[in-house]
Structure formats: structure tokens, C-alpha cells
Design a protein around this ligand. Structure first.
Ligand code: PGA
Length: 247
């Protein structure tokens, strides 16, 4: 198996990272107006999405032929729940740009059978292979990408996963009642993520420094699912100084 050394871009702070990632996404869409993008949720991408909305409003980018496939969704969760990723994407991006609803895909947190939903979503990913994956690093020691928690295999595909305790703790900030964080999610697998043509791997903040070092400099194995990104030829790591401080 071949390993690659990703390009690492270290920027002053999280704002500069958001700007950089926004520029990369805009460039991708301009180069290929019907680009397929894989998108994350969580705290890291919020400012990037705000900048993309601004770019759209200023006429710098047109989403009318773009397709998006989200990385993951909690399971079970109602789409209308303010902490669902379906809600998050509408709030931060889909509700403000001219993406066509039929070109927007996210796992269904309301599906009765998560195995059947995983099969459905996997077929969508096969139909819409990503040109660009925007991937963020999970909290603490999880080193997760999507919701591929520790133990996830390099060849894993869309499936239900129980969430790591560190993920549940970190994501409790997005819920009114921390007890409400779902215990599981439906996520793209590591192999699905690696099938994107190009990947932007993004980490900001000192609290991501340990995980970024583990993922980029530690052994490539399931103890750090993000380390599998080093099997991909075209990854750009974009980090602020704080996240890169242990590299
Ligand atoms: P964060 O989460 O952006 O809120 O830190 C990232 C993740 O869990 O993948």
C-alpha cells in the first residue's frame, strides 16, 4: 500500500483557514460548475459556509449545478431537530445559496432501519463520486473523520456507528440538554471519503493539535481513522498555527 505526504498549509488563525477553504471550494466550482462536494458539519466549517454564502451573494460562485453529499447524520434524530445535521446544513448553507434540493444529499436520521439507509446512501455516493472532500478532524483522541471513530477500517463504507464517548462529550455543546446527544450516527466510511478526487483536511484550535500530530505523523491505522488520509495522493492539510503547534 502506498503512503503519501500530504501538502500542509499552516495559517495564522481559524479565520485565515476558513478563507482558504472557501477559496478552494469556489475555485473547484468555477473549474467544474457541476462539481460534487462532500461536506462536513460541526464547529470548524461554520465560518467557511458563511463566507461561501457571501461569495454567492456577491455573484462570485453559482451552486445551481453543484451536488453535495454530506459526511454523516446522527441516528436517530428528526430532521427538524435544531441539532440535526439536516437542520445545520439548511441553516448554514443550503438555505442561503442556489443549490437545487434534488442535488443535496444527507443520510436520513429518521430512517427506521439504519442498515437499509446505509445501503441507500452508499448507492447515492456511487452515483455522485466527489470531486472535492471537505473533511474535518474529530475532537480529543478520536481522530475521527466523518463519524468514523477509532476502530474504523480503511475499507469501511457507509454504516451505522456508535459514537465515541469523547465525541458525545464534545458535541454536547450543540444540544440544549447534553443528555440528548444521540448515541450513534450514519456515516460515510473511510473508503467512501478516500474515493474523493481531492481532499481538504482541516483542523483549527489547540485542542486539535494532538489529534493532528497523531493523524499526520503517527502510524497509519484504525487508532486514528484520519491517518488513512495519508493513503490518498491529493490531500491538502489546512491548519491554523494552534492546531499545527505539535507538528
Ligand atoms: P468540530 O468537529 O468541527 O466541531 O471540532 C469536527 C468533527 O467532529 O469532525
Amino acid at each position: 500500500m502506498t503512503d503519501y505526504k500530504p501538502t500542509i498549509v499552516v495559517l495564522e488563525d481559524a479565520d485565515a483557514v476558513s478563507e482558504y477553504v472557501k477559496d478552494e471550494i469556489v475555485k473547484q466550482i468555477r473549474a467544474k460548475p457541476n462539481a460534487i462536494l462532500t461536506l462536513p458539519t460541526g464547529g470548524t466549517p461554520i465560518d467557511t459556509y458563511a463566507l461561501l454564502v457571501k461569495a454567492y451573494q456577491n455573484g462570485e460562485v453559482d451552486f445551481s449545478n453543484v451536488t453535495t453529499t454530506n459526511l454523516d447524520e446522527y441516528w436517530p434524530i428528526k430532521k427538524a431537530h435544531p441539532s440535526s445535521y439536516a437542520y445545520y446544513m439548511t441553516e448554514h448553507l443550503y438555505g442561503h445559496v442556489n443549490l437545487k434540493p434534488e442535488n443535496v444529499f444527507i443520510p436520513d436520521g429518521e430512517a427506521e432501519d439504519f442498515d437499509a439507509e446505509a445501503v441507500r446512501y452508499r448507492a447515492i455516493l456511487e452515483q455522485y463520486p466527489a470531486d472535492l472532500g471537505f473533511i474535518t478532524l474529530g475532537p480529543g483522541e478520536t481522530c475521527h473523520i466523518g463519524f468514523n471513530e477509532r476502530g474504523s477500517a480503511e475499507d469501511s463504507v457507509v454504516r451505522y456507528v456508535p459514537l465515541d464517548d469523547q465525541t458525545i462529550e464534545a458535541n454536547a455543546r450543540f444540544f440544549d440538554d447534553p443528555q440528548d446527544v444521540p448515541k450513534g450516527a450514519i456515516t460515510q466510511g473511510v473508503a467512501d471519503i478516500l474515493s474523493a478526487k481531492r481532499i481538504l483536511f482541516v483542523a483549527t484550535g489547540e485542542h486539535k493539535a494532538w489529534g493532528l500530530r497523531r493523524s499526520l505523523q503517527g502510524e497509519i491505522n484504525s487508532d486514528s481513522p484520519a491517518s488513512f488520509l495519508r493513503r490518498h495522493r491529493q490531500v491538502i492539510v489546512i491548519a491554523d498555527k494552534a492546531a499545527a503547534s505539535l507538528l
